[in-house]
Design a protein around this ligand. Structure first.
Ligand SMILES: *[C@@H]1O[C@H](CO)[C@@H](O)[C@H](O)[C@H]1NC(C)=O
Ligand SMILES: *[C@@H]1O[C@H](CO)[C@@H](O)[C@H](O)[C@H]1NC(C)=O
Ligand SMILES: *[C@@H]1O[C@H](CO)[C@@H](O)[C@H](O)[C@H]1NC(C)=O
Ligand SMILES: [Zn+2]
Length: 486
């Protein structure tokens, strides 16, 4: 390592975290970046003092304290950024979205909390059917949703649809970006082929071609909605997918058999209808759960007692579900997770636990834990820097990360590429960037080459849809309060 680096590292170590904002100490010729002085959230814990994270060729090349960042690491052409008071985290992985609904704003609150998803989807059992007409083109809606999540510190999404660039789409081989290894990650909204509103209790006479264990085992991850509801019909869905001897009588039109798919490669989305005994089965089999508390609270008035799942050893990850009933950002999902757990179960969830649900656990749910989800040498450099509050550095760094509103985000890198940065760091970015205001904070957004238009052009063409720039608390946010009894 050359002397200039050494001097900068030393200087970085002595700079006071007065502003809790990043600044560029040296502009390099390559896209490599050396971040120093931030609080690093690593698998070995928090590295708070004299820290350094080195990104080379889109991957994490060093993470630790500056003393260990020795000679011979190369990267003399890297930019050096000092971020004292800020928190450096892996980018969030949002494990559940219906990203194509990103131009449909939150449902108005009718005060109705239903028993099963078909009640609001289709108006079964005299509930109100909810309109979810997508405004404009689906491609635009998907891009708009990915932008909103990228602006919120999310670098990967499992969203059912995709556009190239922007967030990684872990459920699409062509949406992975940066040459990530493609795996068979299957996202299924209707594992039981019950799209038309089939509700069963006591048998498994759902649609033909429902998922079965022979099919599910072929996938690296099979991620399906199971038990989205609070009634016996929701509970029945898990029985039909976990007990092969529950229903052995075929239905007339085909299908109609129970199966047992519960295994480590299977991820249950929502799982709201499951009992504690059911979760004991999930835990014993190593299956995983995606938790979307806000959408659960808004539609059904309740959500999982997640501490039971965590104590049982289940890997739980956060997912925002979708804009009409869920959170606009992972940070707001985490906020709802805390308040719902407190209100319903009188338990507290530590910020670190929520942060794990959005990073390392989420990578395991997606089946990409060897490449994503933690600050470790060799992993892909999906990095988010969260700016500080008052800059005293005494707060909980996990809290600073997981609850950060958009305007507190200093930097979003996907594979080492700058997607968003505070305007003061404009010189870090290569490619075409534009200035965008997040409340009182000006940032640069560098998505034009991936989006095919500027952010402003897309925004203008979608005029009037729910915003992607959402500083503070998003407007019309669906309620996370416990609902009325059915
Ligand atoms: C679609 O756009 C129109 C006009 O901007 C707006 O009035 C309507 O509420 C939007 N619909 C949805 C579902 O967002
Ligand atoms: C729905 O409403 C109708 C008319 O009020 C009533 O006859 C029927 O029993 C209701 N169905 C259910 C499932 O509650
Ligand atoms: C599976 O279903 C059968 C038939 O209903 C029942 O006898 C058995 O107890 C169930 N197994 C489990 C583990 O619940
Ligand atoms: Zn969903």
């Amino acid at each position: 390592m050359n002397r200039i680096y050494h001097a900068l590292l030393l200087a970085g170590a002595f700079l006071r975290p007065a502003s809790a904002e990043c600044r560029i100490l040296k502009r390099g010729l390559s896209r490599d970046i050396l971040l120093i002085g931030g609080t690093l959230l690593t698998p070995d814990g928090v590295v708070q003092r004299d820290s350094a994270l080195f990104i080379q060729a889109g991957k994490i090349a060093y993470v630790g304290d500056t003393c260990g960042f020795g000679t011979g690491r190369g990267g003399d052409d890297a930019s050096v950024v000092h971020c004292a008071g800020s928190v450096v985290s892996p980018g969030f992985i949002n494990t559940h979205e219906h990203i194509d609904f990103s131009t449909v704003g939150p449902f108005p609150d009718l005060g109705e909390r239903v028993g099963h998803r078909h009640d609001w989807r289709l108006g079964t059992r005299n509930f109100t059917m909810r309109e979810v007409a997508v405004n404009g083109s689906e491609v635009d809606a998907v891009a708009w949703g990915e932008l909103r999540h990228v602006f919120s510190g999310t670098t990967s999404i499992i969203g059912g649809e995709m556009v190239p660039g922007l967030a990684r789409n872990l459920d699409f081989p062509e949406g992975l970006e940066d040459g990530l290894d493609a795996r068979l990650v299957i996202y299924d909204t209707f594992p039981l082929k019950d799209r038309l509103g089939i509700l069963r209790n006591g048998d498994c006479d759902y649609g033909a071609d429902a998922i079965d264990s022979a099919t599910a085992t072929q996938y690296h991850r099979y991620i399906g909605h199971v038990g989205e509801g609070v009634d016996v019909e929701a509970a029945n869905e898990f029985i039909c997918l976990s007990n092969g001897s529950f229903d052995t009588t075929p239905a007339v039109d085909g299908g109609g058999l129970s199966t047992d798919i519960i295994a480590p490669n299977v991820v249950l989305v929502h799982a709201l209808g499951l009992s504690r005994g059911d979760f004991d089965v999930v835990a014993a089999r190593g299956a995983k759960v995606v938790w979307s508390p806000r959408s659960n609270m808004y539609l059904y008035g309740t959500t999982l007692d997640v501490t039971y799942l965590l104590d049982a050893g289940i890997t739980v990850a956060l997912g925002t579900d979708w804009l009409p009933s869920g959170s606009a950002t992972i940070g707001r999902e985490a906020a709802c997770a805390v308040s719902a757990t407190r209100e319903l179960y009188h338990a507290s969830l530590a910020p670190e636990v929520l942060w794990e649900m959005a990073t390392v656990n989420a990578a395991r749910v997606a089946g990409y834990e060897d490449e994503l989800g933690s600050l470790e040498v060799g992993k892909v450099a999906d990095i988010v820097v969260f700016g500080g509050g008052e800059g005293d550095g005494d707060g909980d760094p996990y809290e600073q990360a997981i609850f950060a509103p958009q305007e507190k985000i200093e930097l979003v890198l996907r594979g080492g590429k700058v997607l968003v940065a505070r305007s003061e760091m404009r010189d870090l970015a290569a490619g075409s960037c534009e200035q965008v205001s997040f409340g009182h904070v000006d940032k640069i957004v560098c998505v034009k080459d991936e989006l095919g238009s500027s952010f402003r052009e897309l925004e203008a063409s979608l005029r009037g849809v729910y915003p992607a720039v959402l500083p503070g608390i998003p407007p019309y946010e669906p309620s996370c309060e416990p609902g009325m009894k059915l």
